[in-house]
Design a protein around this ligand. Structure first.
Ligand code: ZN
Ligand code: ZN
Length: 276
């Protein structure tokens, strides 16, 4: 077994103040990452493709990318830094997503779905006024969007699969039995495997009312049984103090599901390292 610091080796999902919900500068995050004993960090500021033009994400994306590369130079030899992006709703406007990915040379791209087409983020979902049938419709549509994102396959990992549960189950206490969605979830996982991309274990939910990773252990285990091999782990930290949070728990979960290696990406190429 490695030391504590070694176990917290990589955090592959983090936000700086170049994300609308971030709080700390890229440089400060790097200092905190080093203090937390991390060996490497991927900065993955938000670029929401479905509202890209209205919200000037082109400027934000360039600013984030520029500051990450500045930090790469400043921390050279001390901390491995990966230029990433959390690409939201990429499949809702594929030409815009492809143009961005062709413009900036990212190391690592997380694909996320934060809202259904034409809707707001799931955090604004009026759960109290939804019937069970409406919740089911929303989740079916959500898993179908995740399947399409995985099938498109031009991201490196699928971020926080089951994100709507953070609000539906976590914040509103509405019971959802994921066994009722097993066929749809398996379809997502099969597309991930077919596209040769990774599945993220997002550890932020461990510290929220949801109380579990996104996705949870059952889904990670199913991914393994279906032949999945690539796992990325990220804290989704929005504060320097949260860097590396839950990474050890995420690695332990991956090991319980039969994974022995973690994956990170450099120049959009997967690199696997043993978890030991
Ligand atoms: Zn996200
Ligand atoms: Zn995020």
């Amino acid at each position: 077994m490695g030391t504590l610091a070694y176990r917290k080796i990589l955090d592959l999902h983090t936000h700086t103040d170049n994300s609308f919900d971030g709080n700390h500068s890229t440089m400060y995050m790097c200092e905190r990452a080093e203090l937390a004993g991390l060996r490497g960090i991927a900065f993955t500021d938000h670029v929401e493709i479905d509202i890209y033009h209205q919200h000037a994400f082109d400027r934000r994306a360039k600013q984030s990318y520029f500051e990450i590369n500045k930090a790469k130079a400043a921390f050279y030899g001390r901390l491995a830094i990966f230029a990433g992006v959390e690409l939201g709703e990429a499949t809702y406007d594929i030409p815009t997503a492809e143009a961005l990915l062709n413009t900036l040379r990212y190391d690592f791209v997380i694909g996320s779905i934060h809202n259904l087409r034409g809707e707001e983020d799931f955090c604004f979902l009026d759960v109290e006024n939804c019937t069970d049938e409406e919740i089911r419709e929303i989740l079916l549509e959500y898993f179908e969007e995740e399947r399409q994102l995985a099938k498109w396959g031009k991201v490196d990992t699928i971020g926080h699969l089951t994100y709507p549960l953070r609000y539906i189950v976590g914040e509103h206490g509405r019971a959802v039995d994921l066994r009722d969605y097993s066929a749809e979830i398996e379809a997502v996982l099969r597309e991930i495997i077919h596209s040769g991309i990774a599945l993220e274990i997002n550890t932020s939910g461990l510290f929220q009312q949801l109380g579990s990773t996104m996705p949870g252990e059952d889904i990670v285990s199913t991914y393994r049984h279906l032949g999945g091999e690539l796992i990325t782990i990220g804290s989704d930290a929005h504060y320097g103090e949260h860097l590396g949070r839950g990474i050890q728990e995420g690695m332990a979960l991956a090991e319980r599901c039969g994974f022995h290696k973690l994956t990170f990406f450099q120049d959009r190429e997967p690199i696997q390292i043993r978890m030991e």
